[in-house]
Design a protein around this ligand. Structure first.
Ligand code: GLY
Length: 369
């Protein structure tokens, strides 16, 4: 739906969570609608951002900006403590608002700080990267990394609104933009057809709507823990869980392992792209899909000019060990979201040998540009 918020025309997608439902506003200039989503009664706004983001927001309230560090290293408990101390010194109360302005690092850290400061204050996100707009800022997952792995500490804390200003994407470095396309490519396998033919606003809004439906069905990703017959779209398929939200992690088991093993030269969306083509090959090895489906994964990833091979020098045994520590792993063997005759499913108990053989099949690719 397109509607004006103040004088800003935006598309609105609702994340339907009953009393905690919220709008996602998509469109060029959508950041100017921020003041319209500030909760009534808020007097102060803590804006959390990074030095390089360079997107100014205005709420009309007593507003103070808090700058966190760059990169995944900033997704730390230290950043969260510094923010909470800053909020306290600013006099932020439970009636006030935190606004994360940036990509996934900012919205994850700002969201987690908001979730625990005063045991929870309202947060809104202005997502300034494509990856943030189609994934990270939507759905209330917040958190930080530990040396032992990504996103190991966090909370579900739904925002009061998310703003996806497509205008600001034009100033993203090309590789950062391409990283967002890696998450976008994932939606091609989650039921969003024709993405590559859409204009940017429609593509972002379509991905947001897809994610919103998974989040609404399985907000806390409990479907994956319930097993076959559990909650979520398509629940009840024999032998495998068909949970909702966990399917959004398609391509992510390998991606997170690559990131945990220090391959930060791969952006997150690039790692997801490698994870997608890997998952298709693993599904083929397990007899779940045929060559044509693998080729379709390759085509989608190539159409976005994304990497589809492992980084050179990767230690596959370490990758497998890291996959075993993935917090999606719920039992023996390794757990993946895999394609199959019934579509995507969470498949537990995948053998290390199959995974190692598929990694070998994927092989190292050319250096990234
Ligand atoms: N990025 C996956 C999720 O939000 O569930």
């Amino acid at each position: 739906m397109q509607l004006p918020i103040g004088d800003v025309p935006v598309r609105e997608v609702v994340v339907d969570l009953g009393p905690r439902s919220y709008p996602v506003l998509v469109g060029p200039g959508a950041r100017h609608a921020l003041s319209a989503v500030v909760p009534a009664g808020a007097k102060k706004v803590a804006v959390v951002t990074q030095a390089g983001v360079g997107v100014a927001v205005e709420t009309g309230k007593d507003q103070r900006t808090f700058v966190i560090g760059d990169g995944e290293q900033a997704k730390s408990l230290t950043s969260v403590e510094e923010l909470c101390r800053g909020f306290a010194q600013f006099g932020l109360t439970r009636a006030d608002l935190v606004v994360g302005v940036g990509g996934g690092v900012v919205t994850d850290v700002a969201g987690f700080a908001a979730a625990i400061y005063h045991r929870g204050v309202a947060v809104a996100h202005v997502a300034t990267t494509l990856l943030g707009q189609v994934d990270a800022a939507i759905g209330g997952k917040t958190g930080v990394n530990l040396p032992e792995g990504k996103n190991l500490v966090g909370a579900f804390w739904q925002p009061v609104a998310v703003i996806c200003d497509t205008e600001v994407l034009s100033s993203l470095p090309p590789r950062e933009y391409r990283s967002g396309l890696g998450e976008m490519a994932k939606y091609a396998f989650l039921g969003v057809p024709g993405l590559s033919g859409m204009d940017l606003v429609e593509a972002v809004a379509s991905c947001v709507a897809c994610k919103a439906s998974f989040v609404a069905d399985d907000e806390r990703e409990t479907g994956a823990l319930l097993g076959a017959g559990g909650a979520g779209p398509g629940a009840g398929s024999a032998g495998h869980a068909r949970p909702g939200r966990a399917l959004l992690n398609y391509g992510h088991t390998l991606a997170h392992a690559l990131e945990t093993e220090g391959h930060y030269d791969l952006r997150h969306g690039e790692a997801v792209a490698v994870g997608l083509v890997f998952a298709a090959r693993l599904a083929r090895r397990l007899g779940r899909v045929g060559d044509e489906r693998v080729a379709e994964h390759d085509r989608v990833v190539a159409s976005y000019d994304l990497p589809s091979r492992l980084p050179a020098g990767v230690d596959t045994a370490r990758l497998v060990a890291a996959m075993g520590r993935d917090k999606k792993a719920t039992g023996g063997g390794l757990t993946f979201v895999l394609d199959g005759p019934e579509g995507l499913e969470v498949v537990a108990g995948v053998g290390h040998d199959d995974v190692l053989a598929t990694l070998a099949e994927l092989g190292p690719g050319p250096a990234l540009r």
